[in-house]
Design a binder for this molecule. Structure first.
Ligand code: COI
Length: 366
């Protein structure tokens, strides 16, 4: 879908350069939004239509809109990066587009074509490219975080897939997701809650998964932790993922393991990229079940030398400790997380155009 198939309704009073520069100097995460948003509408009779870019602003939804009652909703997270020559790129958007289609199928929403998914991002960036921050140095992970999402907008209280759906992309300038940057985060292991069960929606990126993680996230915050870790719902034994990130374990013999994908784990684009970059670095990646006992024992006997979280928002962030009501699991030695740092630098160098894109992962937006 070329950019020009999106009709433009320009913002009448866009943010001034001075205010935007002020925001970009210290954007935080998810607090500020650009001047426009992309929108495509779907109806049962007409399919996808009405592609446009319009001023960012509140949506008008009927109080009976299905999404407000039955949470028929999906979203994505993807970033735009400014390179040193001013050009703007995104990272593996076809992976997000594919996952968005997979999520749509699970939530009984219509599938959006990859061309519309990537086209909507290009169309939005054609207007809002001044909002993509310029990194100050090689450790700076500032970007424009893009949030495509799809909602069931039909006014109808019967429980069935909506006959009317709206797709939007909004954009928010972003610095590091965790306030401490790449300082190791503490993770809370919840003993009361599960994120996903077999046959459920765990593999889909739907708002409901995140809503159901919030009570556990509240426990995490109350215990001084930045994220929550979930165990599987059947045996209460296998590590699945964090509230919004995948987990990796580095072993002293050069293996690097992450829980294998099941229908209860979200297939992260960063997770997949880390598996490839780890192999490039001479490490031995493994996707397999990893138990909480393995974490506990490997941390104590020094077999596990690093643990890190990864995701589009968090990039790669070392995990300092796992805390629960019963225990505190810390790695036997603190080696400064060299593998996490190396992989993180490799990933950022690729995303910001400082390293050759040997895997063909970048797509130019502007
Ligand atoms: C992402 O990394 O894009 C996420 O989805 C995590 C969170 C901000 C929802």
């Amino acid at each position: 879908m070329p950019t020009d198939t999106f009709d433009l309704l320009p913002h009448a009073a866009p943010t001034t350069d001075a205010i935007r520069e002020d925001i970009l100097a210290n954007p935080g995460f998810g607090q500020y939004f650009t001047d426009h948003m992309a929108h495509v509408r779907w109806t049962l009779n007409d399919g996808w239509h009405g592609h446009r870019v319009l001023p960012y602003g509140p949506l008008t939804l009927d109080p009976a809109a299905a999404v407000l009652h039955y949470a028929q909703e999906i979203f994505e997270g993807i970033k735009a990066y400014r390179h040193a020559d001013g050009s703007i790129w995104t990272f593996r958007p076809e992976k997000n587009a594919e996952r968005f289609r997979r999520s749509a199928r699970r939530l009984a929403l219509p599938e959006l074509s990859d061309a519309d998914f990537i086209g909507s991002i290009k169309a939005l960036l054609a207007q809002d490219h001044p909002w993509v921050p310029t990194p100050k140095n090689e450790a700076d992970e500032c970007s424009l975080y893009l949030r495509p999402f799809m909602i069931a907008s039909e006014s109808f209280l019967g429980v069935r897939p909506s006959h009317e759906v709206d797709y939007y992309v909004i954009a928010s300038p972003a610095a590091a997701y965790f306030k401490g940057g790449i300082e190791p985060v503490s993770i809370w292991l919840t003993e009361h809650y599960k994120r996903a069960a077999p046959g459920g929606t765990g593999f889909a990126k739907c708002g409901g998964n995140y809503a159901s993680s919030l009570a556990a996230q509240k426990e995490a915050s109350a215990n001084g932790c930045g994220q929550v870790a979930f165990l599987d719902a059947v045996e209460n034994k296998w590590i699945e993922e964090l509230g919004g990130m995948n987990l990796f374990f580095v072993y002293k013999d050069g293996r690097i393991a992450t829980p294998r994908l099941t229908d209860t784990i979200l297939e992260g684009v960063t997770r997949d990229s880390v598996l490839t970059l780890a192999r490039d670095e001479g490490l031995t990646p493994e996707e397999r079940p990893i138990s909480i006992d393995e974490w506990r024992e490997g941390a104590a006997n020094g077999e596990i030398t690093e643990v890190f979280a990864c995701g589009t928002a968090a990039v790669i962030t070392p995990v300092g400790e796992l805390v629960s009501e019963q225990e505190r699991i810390r790695l036997a030695g603190d080696n400064g997380n060299p593998i996490a740092k190396r992989l993180r630098a490799k990933l950022l160098d690729l995303q910001y155009g400082r390293a050759e894109d040997t895997h063909g992962w970048l797509t130019r937006l502007v």
